[in-house]
Design a protein around this ligand. Sequence first.
Ligand code: SF4
Ligand code: SF4
Length: 287
Amino acid sequence: MKEARFYAATGDGVQCLLCPHRCRIKEGGRGLCRSRECRDGKLYALSYGRPCALAVDPVEKKPLNHLMPGTHCLSLSCTGCNLSCRWCQNSDISQVKPEETDSAEWSPEEIVDAAMRRSLPSIAYTYTEPFTWWEYMHDIAVLAHERGLKNILVSAGYVEKEPLQELLPYLDAANIDIKAMDDAICRKYCGASLAPVLENILAMHSAGVHVEITNLLVTGVNDSDEQVGALCKWMAGNGLQDVPLHFSRFFPRYRFTDVAPTPKPTLLKARDHAHSLGIKTIHLGNI
Ligand code: SF4
Ligand code: SF4
């Protein structure tokens, strides 16, 4: 574990300043993401240096279709997420405590060495929510840049401005998952608000990070014409019409096992709708 970078002391514990939840954590307690704990008046990132998943993936699997296509990336994850999507595909590592997963010790140097040894051109921070293990991601990303590797973030984008700004110089690409274009849906099904995510996408794009956007179309939740239209209009209205958009097919998982997979016609209709609203590059995933 490592002392957290963004927090403030309170009278009886700490307040984490990493994400908009801004958890107030009493001595011995943890934040919503389960991976940050207050000990002796300090906040600690518990999963620092202990990835629970490490793999080599095609970059298209992130999904990123327009950054070094045809290459592979070293993909890693630590336990934890600050969202709680009811359909999470990785709930076994995102919705548990670090001590409830298998993990192994890997220093940032060892991660970068592993990528170099395999001649992989990039490292992807993925599978759970990388911002909840910000310190580890940051330290790896700094080293990776020193050694000529690219850094890829796969995230739901729910983070405060300062931690994002501090990471931006080391970020080359990001795929950000917009859960829905409706704040009430985001809060009800994922436990987070929408506005910070949209602001962070614009900040990354303005900073020159290669951004792609994913929208998982969950049956009966966010797959309406209205929702798809709102997303595309927001993109076009904010100069993101060239940003690749991935509509992904939902399959029943976690707490959404009684909901049908997204019908293929829904995805095809979303693609046509997005094209008609000016989005230039659209991919369909899981189909
Ligand atoms: S990163 Fe975790 S502990 Fe910090 S505010 Fe967000 S959910 Fe709470
Ligand atoms: S943001 Fe991703 S990892 Fe976190 S709960 Fe949602 S789907 Fe799972």
